[in-house]
Design a protein around this ligand. Structure first.
Ligand code: FHN
Length: 456
């Protein structure tokens, strides 16, 4: 057993993955939805007639250099016009359910500091917008009613709070001012957990500032407190740093949080890099837009097939894929996102058995697509169909007798299997040829179920 070499007061709270039911549920999700919504949806990536290529939810920061306006008189006043008359939480939740999402991560407050719930601790909230109603509550209720678990996104960065700062405070005055921010952050987090007791977790972001990183004692204590008031709470590795400033993993390399939260817009190449850790990947549909950007034409927009492939990539390596949506200033999910959700949903309605609760199969990635495993069922989701219609599959001898039955997940048609006569290779694999019917036509990825029999 490896022991910690560096003594730490504020390192990881646990060694290895959580084993409780809540975390087991998290592991079985497969697919999630992210929603970035706030007053940045009003400018939608455009400022004073100019389109900004950076992420639209950052426009307050991107356009600062060129915008002559005083921010408190412009961006920070958008909330006075925030009246999303098209917002329908139930419709969002239905769409998410139809897509096959098992959980949603919703931005309660992004870096701009605007709160979509009526926080008692600031005036910069939805309550003081023309909309007035508690959007977080509407989202939590609607998604829960569809059986979708809710996680609250919370940005540590808060450009609106006077005490917030990025650099570590030095003078007595700076320290005192940052103390007000720490108190405020704690209050808001406790408030969220109190107001929305059904949430399953908190999804932290913007925790990279030196000021925050230096607060190892405070953040360690706060994490413990949050977990105490909300048993079972799931928090990723982005919340805090240890006393040496190490984030995600402490100075002994142990993960700080319940799952690895570093996979943003990218996927791990192999199971080895994950070292057995739980993880999720949050993915944008354009290359890098989270909030609504009116201009979707100037960059590559992922297709539903791209995202289904990323989903398989994730689940085949024991991760969840979370696809981001950025509703517009009126609360409408843009039609292009709606079409993508519908496309994924259509596929999921037929093939979700290969996703929910499915795991890494313990096999190298096949050239045809991805393996996922549930019990004795090995699922092969085919993205690259061989021109000769023969799937030659290497199954280790440790998997018992190998493939006993093969059939299409959709429709159940049995497929011919032949154990090849090429013998056992150096890695102890036996080879099986599974034949796809020549007249089988599809334009979508499809799943072949490989039954490994009881002996597996
Ligand atoms: O700066 C944010 C960004 O706007 C977005 O919210 C993403 C989502 O994971 N997180 C930060 C960048 O890592």
């Amino acid at each position: 057993l490896k022991t910690d070499t560096i003594p730490l007061k504020y390192g990881a709270h646990r060694t290895g993955n959580r084993t409780d039911a809540e975390m087991e549920r998290w592991r079985s999700y497969g697919l999630g939805q992210f929603i970035h919504w706030g007053v940045y949806a009003i400018p939608g990536g455009q400022w004073a007639g100019k389109t900004y290529g950076g992420a639209a939810e950052w426009i307050r920061s991107w356009s600062k250099a060129t915008a002559p306006e005083n921010w408190t008189n412009t961006y920070d006043n958008f909330y006075k016009q925030f009246n999303p008359t098209s917002f329908d939480a139930k419709a969002w939740a239905k769409q998410a359910k139809q897509m096959g999402a098992k959980y949603v991560i919703f931005t309660t407050k992004h870096h701009d500091g605007f709160c979509l719930w009526p926080s008692k601790y600031t005036d910069y909230t939805i309550k003081n917008s023309p909309y007035k109603k508690d959007i977080v509550k509407e989202v939590v209720d609607a998604y829960n009613a569809e059986g979708i678990d809710v996680y609250l996104y919370f940005s540590i960065i808060d450009w609106n709070h006077k005490g917030y700062r990025s650099a570590a405070p030095k003078t007595a005055e700076e320290i005192a001012s940052y103390e007000t921010f720490k108190k405020f952050t704690r209050n808001q987090l406790l408030e969220l957990l109190k107001n929305y007791p059904t949430v399953k977790g908190l999804w932290f972001d913007g925790s990279w500032d030196q000021a925050w990183i230096k607060e190892a004692a405070y953040t360690d204590e706060l994490e413990k407190e949050l977990r105490k008031v909300h048993p079972g709470l799931i928090i990723g590795s982005r919340f805090r740093a240890d006393e040496n400033g190490k984030r995600h993993f402490d100075s002994n390399g142990k993960m700080m949080g319940d799952y690895e939260q570093g996979w943003e817009r990218k996927l791990p190449a192999s199971i080895e890099v994950l070292k057995g850790r739980d993880w999720d990947c949050v993915m944008t549909i354009p290359p890098n837009q989270w909030g609504y950007n009116a201009d979707w034409k100037s960059s590559y927009i992922k297709t539903d097939d791209d995202l289904i492939q990323m989903l398989l990539h994730s689940v085949s390596l024991n991760g969840n894929l979370v696809i981001n949506f950025g509703p517009d200033g009126k609360g409408a999910i843009r039609p292009e996102e709606g079409a993508i959700a519908a496309g994924i949903g259509e596929w999921m309605q037929q093939n979700a058995e290969a996703i929910y609760g499915a795991k890494y199969a313990g096999l190298p990635k096949p050239e045809y697509g991805y393996y996922t495993l549930k019990g004795n069922q090995l699922y092969l989701t085919v993205f690259n169909r061989p021109v000769n219609n023969q799937l030659r599959l290497a199954i280790p001898q440790s998997y018992g007798k190998g493939i006993q039955k093969a059939y299409f997940l959709v429709g159940g048609q049995a497929l011919k299997i032949k154990k090849t006569n090429i013998g056992i290779d150096r890695d102890s694999n036996t080879y099986f040829d599974v034949t796809l019917p020549a007249d089988f036509k599809t334009e979508k990825p499809f799943v072949v179920v490989l039954d490994l029999g009881e002996s597996n």
